[in-house]
Ligand binder design. Structure first.
Ligand code: COA
Length: 324
């Protein structure tokens, strides 16, 4: 079995409020709160994704009572790495001062942390590794189109981390549910910069195609059509019910999505851990940041069950039910 021995998170100091955004694009505080639940988000000034990841990782190590040299595997969930090449995890390995251990990225956009969690769990449960630092970190402020009100009001920067360790007496993955639907791959996208539209041809592109784009309504519909069903399957597989599950952490993309999942799966809204008003959608960082806040406030206690459920680009979704 695999226990989460420590959690941590880091967000940049600079706060960008809805009122600040009113001065940048045609939007208003009331629309943003009503449609998304977001009030503030954090934005980097002179930091990059590997800095956020390193700081969250340090906090998780501290909470676990471990040192960088104790870690034998690093997995970083991110869709905003410092560079396309190299991957970002080795940069974090170096910044943390870890040994020359395996360190790699997982990119499943906002589902990255959940993919990382099952990968890390499996690699430890199989006996291959003992102590894994898993981080979800993203810096969307660097890829957003700050002229596009459909997207720039939604995202924030941040990182969350967990240390997973082998433990025969605690920590149990009770169920998982993952899936993807590439027919919706156009709905969350940066059109330019991959091999279809390579950057070396950049004079031929429209400016907005260099930035993050999202067909919000399509993603909303996809999420509502797959995520509640995934939650129900995970409860069944874990032999739990809507009454007996203790906590739910859904990707902090939109408070209306969280409310709808609570209603559709009939899980008491009070069981949902929600912090979207402070940080916005921090992509792969949103679940581990919410998890860390809940652990530090003693909301999640030993033996309790936690459902974590992410969704986003791909399109994709992924969840686990974990016994703390
Ligand atoms: N401020 C003010 N008005 C805005 C606005 C903003 N920031 N953004 C859009 N609008 C306007 C639109 O132009 C539209 O106006 P119109 O009716 O005159 O055309 C109106 O508000 C409604 O826009 P719409 O896109 O239909 O809003 P919505 O209710 O679908 O909310 C999202 C938009 C993005 C918040 C919502 O679709 C969403 O959360 N989608 C899911 C995103 C997600 O889960 N992502 C996860 C992976 S990252």
């Amino acid at each position: 079995m695999v226990r989460i021995a420590g959690t941590g998170h880091y967000v940049p100091a600079k706060v960008l409020s809805n009122n600040d955004l009113e001065k940048m694009v045609d939007t208003n505080d009331e629309w943003i709160i009503q449609r998304t639940g977001i009030k503030n988000r954090r934005i980097v000034e002179d930091e990059v994704t590997s800095d956020l990841a390193t700081k969250a990782g340090q906090k998780a190590l501290e909470a676990a009572g471990m040192k960088p040299e104790d870690i034998d595997l690093i997995i970083l969930g991110t869709s905003t790495p410092d560079y396309h090449i190299p991957s970002c995890a080795p940069i974090v390995q170096h910044k943390l001062g870890c040994r020359m251990i395996p360190a790699f990225d997982i990119n499943s956009v906002c589902t990255s942390f959940m993919c990382g969690l099952t990968t890390a769990y499996s690699m430890i449960a199989s006996g291959l590794y003992k102590n894994c630092l898993l981080i979800g970190a993203d810096t969307y402020s660097k890829i957003l189109n700050w002229k596009d009100r459909n997207t720039c009001v939604i995202f924030g920067d941040g990182a969350g981390a967990v240390v997973l360790v082998k433990d025969d007496n605690a920590g149990k993955l009770l169920s998982t549910d993952f899936g993807s639907d590439g027919s919706g791959s156009d709905y969350i996208k940066i059109p330019v910069g991959g091999v279809v539209n390579p950057i070396n041809n950049f004079y031929g592109y429209k400016e907005e195609d260099l930035f993050f784009q999202m067909a919000g309504k399509k993603v909303y519909e996809f999420t509502i059509s797959v995520v509640p069903e995934a939650a129900r399957r995970m409860l069944r597989q874990a032999n739990l019910t809507n009454e007996t599950i203790d906590h739910v952490i859904v990707h902090q993309a939109n408070v209306r999505i969280i409310d709808t999942i609570s209603k559709m799966v009939d899980i008491d809204r009070k069981k949902f851990i929600v912090n979207i008003e402070k940080y916005g959608n921090t992509s792969s960082a949103s679940i581990p940041i919410a998890l860390d806040e809940a652990v530090r406030h003693n909301i999640i206690k030993k033996g309790e069950t936690v459902m974590m459920l992410g969704f986003g680009g791909g399109l994709s979704w992924g969840g686990v039910v974990f016994q703390w």
